[in-house]
Design a protein around this ligand. Structure first.
Ligand SMILES: [Zn+2]
Length: 352
């Protein structure tokens, strides 16, 4: 790239500094992030002070210590504790605005935020009230932060047919205006006995015009990805990393260019991959697969979307052009309209 040599704050030209600045400035799209898992310390502090009777510290320093990622069991404990703070539609709205604020600070222009309405229903919130809170938060994020928020409703897989029913009923009877997709997450190992209920829910969602965006191949092997493609009509795969164990699936994904939402730090934190250096993302790119970069449950895994682009640069050795290509892939794989795609892609190209 032509242009002036970037100079670090110490006055010494460094490629590292310039690449970090490039990543910060890169206009981004986030396709795989969960509402509760995206709650950062300031947001949780607000909720903890609203509901001070729970196990979550109401002192900021204590909360930061509680939030520091240690291992998967501790992450599960934090996730559970934060979930317990989400009791009213107002709390749901606070979460959405909080994640939009955190993403705006990273130059994220558009996010497809995964919401698990079944857990909010189980907390006693009526579907129309949840939807109203979600709609309101979209307008707030747009008007106050300039971030476009869209929603994906996902089935918590471990709840089986009941979770599928609660999720699809909500999606069909009380969809938020910005609902674009239908997914499934949670423990993948729980899916096979409920296969038909999940297939039925996805068929109904697709018939209603929602995109099929299931998690698959994060915790289990390629067979779950095949089921997502053939049984659930997947238009994008959440994670999909275990595709690398099946040459026939790799060939299929290369041929169809089915987008994969890859979340490297998450895979290490949940113990699916030993460490970042062992992550398959570079091999997935070498195989010609359609990869996007995402953050999953960022504050709980001590990362951000910007942090994932840094990992791609520093651990996987991707240069500016490759990083920009990942950012463009997210635009292409998104549910944005043509004007939205053109605007963000133009910004990315201008930065290059
Ligand atoms: Zn996820």
């Amino acid at each position: 790239m032509a242009g002036p040599v970037p100079v670090s704050f110490a006055g010494v030209p460094t490629e590292t500094t310039s690449l970090a600045a490039f990543i910060d400035a890169l206009p981004k799209v986030e396709l795989h992030v969960h509402l509760v898992g995206s709650a950062s310390v300031p947001t949780v502090l607000e909720l903890a002070r609203r509901h001070p009777d729970g196990p979550v510290p109401v002192d900021e320093r204590e909360l930061r210590a509680f939030y520091a990622f240690r291992d998967f069991p501790h992450f599960a404990e934090v996730y559970e504790a934060v979930s317990g703070l989400v009791r009213t539609p107002e709390d749901v709205g606070t979460l959405v605005f909080g994640v939009a604020r955190d993403l705006a600070a990273q130059n994220v222009r558009y996010v497809e935020l995964t919401v698990t309405p079944y857990t909010h229903q189980r907390a006693g919130m009526p579907m129309p009230a949840i939807t109203e809170a979600l709609d309101h938060a979209v307008r707030e994020a747009r008007d106050r932060l300039g971030v476009r928020v869209a929603y994906v409703f996902d089935i918590p897989g471990e709840f089986g047919a009941a979770g599928a029913r609660g999720t699809i009923d909500h999606a069909l009877a009380h969809p938020p205006e910005a609902l674009v997709g239908f997914g499934i997450g949670g423990i993948e190992q729980c899916r096979p006995p409920h296969r038909d209920a999940f297939r039925d829910a996805f068929a109904a969602a697709r018939a209603a015009g929602l995109r099929s965006l299931p998690h698959a191949g994060e915790m289990t092997g390629p067979e779950t990805i095949w089921e997502a493609i053939e049984g659930l009509g997947a238009e994008r795969i959440g994670h999909g990393i275990s595709c690398m164990d099946d040459p026939r699936l790799i060939a299929h994904l290369r041929e169809t260019q089915l987008p994969l939402e890859v979340c490297p730090t998450s895979n290490v934190c949940t113990g699916q991959i030993a460490d970042l250096a062992a992550h398959p993302l570079p091999r997935m790119l070498e195989e010609g697969l359609f990869v996007t970069l995402n953050s999953d449950d960022p504050p709980m895994f001590d990362t951000t979307l910007t942090g994932e682009y840094r990992v791609a640069a520093e651990v996987f050795g991707l240069d500016r052009a490759a990083l920009a290509a990942l950012a463009r892939n997210a635009v292409i794989a998104s549910s944005l309209d043509d004007a939205g795609r053109k605007a963000i892609t133009g910004e990315i190209n201008a930065l290059l």
